[in-house]
Design a protein. Structure first.
Length: 293
């Protein structure tokens, strides 16, 4: 992890081969004006330059080995040369910098910062980035959370996409579906059904809600194959008996049939509805008929 420091401008060295060969003076002036008003909003990225007067200090290899009292230690700018020049115009004496131990680490940090600034980074790209940092760089979850400002669940979801669902990852990376659709598809462990649902999402524009329903249908089929009750099916569902001439549930009359409407209700909710009607003082017609007999 890089260390953030406030470094005096006098200890910063411009890169030997600046990437920006030509700098727009007007744009540089505008940036300097912005720095005067708001300060340096984005830190420079630097590495130890090992340019010191004392020969015995040249063996120092990392920023962490430097002692605070060594004031002549200098830092070479890896990223932020234009911001450095603008800070000169703005008269800034102290600059915020991210200090990396090696040039390779610094270049990697530049890549990360560039990615964080991108607004269109897909969940697939984020997952690859998190995984790369965890496996190749040894970053822990707390380090990832602190650096990116993301929750553990946020990071784990995207890493799971990369590691466990290559079929979904490919479509997300190509921006064929959005993240809510992807998470719905990832609820299904069957690759054949996932392929079907991905096709529905990409080709026919199936929403995440539709995909969730498809996953529930798959789960119901799996339970049926195992001779288990389907999801949301009670052990003793109430069977609705239809009479030749239906009666109003409220007043229990069978006249004025043209104003009757159908009230859809799941069979396993009829008992709940009946109990509710009883609590409000209404006894369903079927029970009245049984009481009369």
């Amino acid at each position: 992890m890089p260390e953030t420091r406030i470094i005096p401008r006098s200890q910063l060295l411009e890169p030997p081969l600046p990437i920006r060969m030509g700098i727009d003076e007007q744009a540089l002036g505008d940036l300097a004006d912005s720095i005067k008003r708001h300060g340096l909003l984005h830190p420079l990225i630097v590495v130890p330059a090992h340019v010191m007067d004392s020969p015995e200090l040249r063996a120092v290899t990392s920023a962490e080995e430097m002692k605070p009292q060594i004031v002549k230690y200098q830092w070479e700018i890896v990223d932020g040369h234009r911001r450095y020049l603008a800070s000169l115009i703005a008269g800034l004496e102290q600059l915020e910098c991210k200090v990396y131990d090696t040039l390779d680490d610094a270049k990697f940090g530049v890549m990360l910062d560039a990615n964080m600034m991108r607004q269109d980074l897909s969940p697939a790209e984020e997952g690859v980035q998190f995984l790369e940092l965890a496996e190749s760089r040894g970053w822990s979850m707390p380090q990832l959370m602190r650096y990116f400002g993301r929750s553990e669940a946020y990071i784990n979801e995207r890493v799971t996409l990369v590691k466990q669902f290559p079929d979904v990852f490919k479509v997300v990376a190509e921006r064929g579906i959005n993240w809510t659709q992807a998470k719905a598809v990832m609820r299904c462990p069957d690759p054949n059904w996932r392929a079907y649902m991905l096709d529905q999402a990409v080709t026919h524009g199936a929403s995440s809600r539709t995909i969730v329903n498809l996953v529930d249908q798959w789960k119901t089929l799996q339970l049926a194959k195992q001779s288990q009750p389907a999801v949301h099916t009670t052990e003793h569902a109430v069977i609705i008996q239809q009479s030749d001439r239906p009666k109003c549930t409220w007043c229990r009359r069978d006249d004025d049939q043209q104003n009757f409407i159908t009230l859809p209700v799941h069979s396993y909710h009829v008992r709940d509805l009946t109990d509710f009607l009883k609590r409000t003082g209404i006894t369903p017609a079927e029970e009245n008929k049984q009481d009369a007999s």
